[in-house]
Design a protein around this ligand. Structure first.
Ligand code: MG
Length: 177
């Protein structure tokens, strides 16, 4: 069932999301994947990402990092951000998503998942009953090699784009310029 891999929305990157709209819709908890969603795989956070989280927290959002990586990697990334996190999440297992909501004090009605992989991040959100926003994975300039999984993703997202009722299920949260 290919629908299990469908996100609610698809945007270019985390900065293209209209967070005010999400807030006005009643969302209060944002669950973020780390690698290739917030920074390139394995990288530390950047001042830009730190400021991004600062703005979200100022708006009133609770945020939680949900990563399959080990504690030391997530803590290193989180050093200047200081937000909640769940490591060794074993996505698409639902337990990590539930733990993230528990930490944020939110629930399925007001939490949303943001990640770059449909097989882990998005599938897990669907397993948990959470809406999700797929972001295009971060790629370094000149980086040509992409894994096999990405070709599966391209195919799945091609079918998603053809099926209108699955698109914009949060009412189009792309930030208008
Ligand atoms: Mg990722």
């Amino acid at each position: 069932m290919i629908e299990k891999y469908y996100p609610y929305e698809y945007v270019k990157n985390i900065y293209c999301i209209d967070y005010k709209k999400l807030w006005d819709m009643g969302f209060r908890g944002l669950i973020f994947d780390v690698d290739n969603t917030l920074v390139h795989h394995g990288d530390d956070s950047t001042p830009k990402v730190d400021r991004f989280f600062e703005r979200l927290h100022k708006k009133g959002f609770k945020t939680c990092l949900l990563s399959d990586n080990e504690k030391s990697r997530v803590e290193r990334f989180n050093k200047n951000i200081g937000t909640l996190y769940v490591c060794d999440a074993d996505k698409p297992n639902v337990s990590g998503y539930e733990k993230a909501m528990e930490l944020m004090g939110t629930d399925k009605s007001n939490s949303v998942v943001i990640g770059d992989q449909i097989i882990t991040d998005i599938r897990g959100a669907n397993n948990t009953g959470l809406p999700s926003i797929l972001v295009h994975f971060i790629r370094l300039p000149g980086e040509k090699h992409i894994g096999k999984r990405r070709y599966i993703e391209y195919f799945v997202m091609w079918t998603w784009k053809c099926r209108k009722k699955y698109r914009y299920r949060l009412g189009d949260i792309r930030r208008k310029k």
